[in-house]
Write a protein that binds this ligand. Structure first.
Ligand code: GLU
Length: 432
């Protein structure tokens, strides 16, 4: 079983979508199920409706999963297993207040030492624990020996007991911390491989330690994906519009192209343009680069254009407000100067919208427009051209500039004869 475990705390980041795509691809390659686990235990950071938004995005990207589960539903298991660790003396009640802990953290900082829990409550005699009316959290005891694991992308890791530390697994309100809930759920969900962002790398030894103390013997594999950098070489954050999947979709990037780009990023692939189904054939986690990848919107634009070229014409026409293959074919001609559905829609709207005609062409434009309005239907552009010249006496620049503006709303653009092929059935609507 694989899992994608988003927190419903904000708009989906492209890094998270990348994690979801990789989990989906590998689940298909291994013929194992994928579950979506909404990590909603941090009540203060949860934003209502974000869970549904994330699931809708996964559907849009063609990521199939067995079920969506909510981590908060497992609260009773988290608490029961924390009690189990207390019974086995692998965890202890910690009565230290936030103020005390903060003071010790400050002291460590001043002494330029890494802060570690000093074991105050580990040494309490049982009488002091039993009758203690003070609020308490539950801490797991740090391991006796280093925790080692192999990451499929990044290789071998070893964390010393002191770096894992005796950390909190249940807060004072008896809700689980992220590491505890995550470690327990990966065990309860029978997860075989965790693919997630490298910001979680230092959590992994803690989660392995928790499961070991719970007596769980199955080895879970790990793959931590390097972060995605912006053009300045900094981590892509909310401040970078392109980090939001929603923003990219609104800008007119296709889900298939975004997926293609995120799979290509920092990877070795046999080709540049592919579908998600094709990626399942060749994808290998171990080919993912260990170092961060830089997001390049121009590359995404290029990939988007290629996906638009390959798209069925009728389907493409829907993105620009029609349901007609001819309009899809017309839009494809405009891929010379546009690379998103938003840009294509602007081009097509200009053709069908009210035209802004510069003064110098106004007079001839009116004459040509009237001629077309009175014309019969012409199959070929050359016949239309000949008809207008015969009827109005206009030719050369006096004909072509105003005609182009009337037909396209722009002074420049693709060949009119190419456009006319797909526009001829709409000609009266275009010149109205
Ligand atoms: N909920 C965590 C996050 O969104 C992911 C945790 C995990 O994959 O283990 O960053």
């Amino acid at each position: 079983m694989l899992r994608f475990a988003p927190s419903p705390t904000g708009d989906m980041h492209i890094g998270n979508l990348r994690v979801a795509l990789f989990n989906y691809i590998v689940s298909r390659q291994r013929d194992e199920d994928l579950i979506i686990r909404i990590e909603d235990t941090d009540k203060e950071r949860n934003i209502e409706g974000k869970d549904a938004e994330i699931v809708a995005l996964l559907d849009l990207f063609g990521i199939k999963y067995k079920e969506v589960i909510y981590q908060s539903k497992n609260l009773k298991f988290h608490q029961a297993l924390a009690v189990d660790l207390l019974h086995k003396k692998k965890a202890f009640n910690c009565f230290c207040t936030n103020e005390e802990l903060e003071r010790k953290r400050e002291e460590a900082k001043k002494a330029k030492k890494a802060y570690r829990y000093d074991g105050t409550c580990l040494k309490l005699p049982p009488e002091e624990v039993i009758d203690n009316p003070k609020p308490f959290s539950v801490r797991i005891k740090k391991p006796d020996s280093p925790v080692k694991f192999t990451d499929i992308i990044k290789g071998e890791f070893e964390f010393a007991p002191d770096d894992i530390d005796s950390f909190i697994i249940l807060r004072v309100d008896k809700t689980p911390t992220y590491n505890f809930a995550c470690a327990v759920d990966d065990m309860l969900n029978d997860i075989s491989l965790v693919i997630r962002g490298e910001d979680h790398l230092s959590n992994t030894p803690k989660q392995i330690h928790i499961r070991k103390e719970l007596g769980y013997e199955k080895d879970i594999e790990y793959a931590h994906l390097p972060i995605i950098l912006n053009q300045e070489g900094k981590k892509m954050s909310k401040r970078d519009n392109a980090s939001s999947v929603k923003w990219l979709l609104e800008e007119g990037f296709l889900p298939s192209a975004i997926a293609n780009y995120l799979i290509l990023l920092g990877n070795k692939t046999p080709k540049e343009i592919f579908t998600l189904d094709e990626a399942v054939e060749f994808f290998e986690l171990k080919n993912i680069s260990k170092s961060p990848a830089k997001f390049d919107i121009d590359m995404l634009r290029h990939i988007n254009r290629e996906h638009l070229k390959n798209m069925d014409e009728k389907e493409l026409s829907r993105y620009v407000g029609f349901a007609d293959g001819d309009i899809g074919a017309l839009a494809k001609i405009y891929l010379e100067e546009a690379s998103t559905t938003k840009e294509l829609k602007e081009k097509i709207s200009k053709i069908f919208g009210k035209k802004d005609i510069p003064d110098e062409y106004k007079e001839n434009a009116e004459i040509i427009k009237k001629a077309i309005q009175e014309a019969e239907f012409f199959e070929e552009f050359d016949d239309l051209k000949k008809y207008i010249t015969d009827k109005t006496g206009l030719k050369g620049k006096n004909l072509f500039k105003p005609l182009r503006i009337i037909l396209t709303g722009s002074e420049h653009g693709p060949d009119l004869s190419d456009i006319y092929k797909y526009l001829k059935n709409y000609i009266q609507e275009v010149v109205k």
